[in-house]
Write a protein that binds this ligand. Structure first.
Ligand SMILES: O=C(O)C(=O)C[C@]1(C(=O)O)C=C[C@@H](O)C=C1
Length: 303
């Protein structure tokens, strides 16, 4: 049995994502914030944490990036991808909706719908979509923008369902564990994630990206977050196709590591199953053959 911490309370999208990683024996533990879910793993109160990392409309989830970049390192071992459309929940006694609460990422994904359907309502940030439902129940706000599942947990009235400015929106979630972890086996459709603290000088980011480009490695995400110490200095969150167990990816990781501080955030199967793009001149067998040739040269066996 494992204890899986998740960004809660019960009824968030993250809880739905966490369920995709668990079996009936596992225990799900709600945390109020993303750092709290990750810290539960760091201090050994949970075996893993499920957190949102990236939304197809609003981009990266800053709290997740910032909490993974510092503190005791955690490694991603699995990802989940959920379709995101919302329900609008209210109380029976509410006659006029003046305030609508939700997680900022959720509010950003329904701003057009709110402007058209509840033009008089003020949007208010809440800790999460389910925390907004709790606050509506407590009488703090008139309505909440929630995951469809929230109505099963909170005794609220459904005002609207299927709310989404962008149909087909999706959020990606990670399951993070504390090292040492069993790195999942490569599948051919994997993603590797890391944080690079590029040094502050001309061309430093371009050099990091060139290390990936020359090995034919396709990026899937690039985000910058301030390092919070020196104004203007950033950490780069880089996701790319491939797995650390592959020679071409291992070679790229070593090259990045030579250039700056790198924190590995995991190699795991992509939830969408999209196979990695392979450059015809940078296949794994090309790296293996080249390394074998260098070894033979070093032994004086070949020229
Ligand atoms: O508040 C929730 O329900 C969450 O799981 C967080 C979160 C996010 O951080 O993006 C997850 C999915 C949706 O995009 C909206 C909110």
């Amino acid at each position: 049995m494992s204890r899986i911490a998740y960004f809660g309370p019960v009824g968030t999208f993250t809880e739905q994502a966490a369920r995709t990683f668990t079996t009936a024996q596992d225990e799900l533990v709600a945390a109020d914030t993303i750092p709290q879910a990750l810290n539960a793993v760091r201090r050994g109160a949970a075996d893993a944490a499920c957190v949102p990392v990236e939304n197809s409309v609003e981009g990266a989830v800053p709290a997740t990036l910032d909490s993974l970049a510092v503190g005791e390192p955690l490694i991603g071992v699995a990802e989940a991808l959920l379709p995101v459309h919302f329900s609008i929940l209210t109380r029976d006694d509410v006659t006029e909706i003046r305030t609508v609460a939700s997680h900022p990422h959720a509010l950003a994904q329904v701003q057009q719908w709110l402007a058209e359907n509840l033009p008089g309502a003020r949007a208010v940030a809440a800790g999460s979509t389910a925390a907004a439902a709790v606050a509506v129940q407590a009488g703090e706000f008139d309505a909440a923008v929630t995951a469809p599942v929230a109505v099963e947990h909170y005794p609220l009235k459904v005002l609207a369902t299927g709310v989404a400015d962008v149909p087909d929106a999706r959020t990606r979630f990670l399951l993070m564990r504390k090292p040492p972890v069993a790195v999942p086996e490569p599948t051919g459709a994997d993603r590797t994630s890391l944080v690079a603290a590029a040094v502050n000088r001309t061309g430093a980011l371009a050099e990091l990206l060139t290390e990936l480009a020359t090995r034919g490695i396709n990026l899937t995400r690039l985000d910058a977050r301030p390092n919070k110490q020196n104004f203007g200095e950033y950490r780069f969150f880089i996701d790319f196709e491939g797995h650390a167990a592959e020679p071409r990816i291992a070679d790229a990781l070593a090259a990045l590591r030579r250039r700056c501080d790198v924190r590995f955030l995991g190699s795991f199967a992509r939830a969408d199953g999209v196979p990695a793009t392979i450059d015809p001149v940078a296949r794994n067998e090309d790296f293996t053959e080249a390394a074998a040739w260098v070894a033979a040269v070093q032994r004086g066996e070949t020229a």
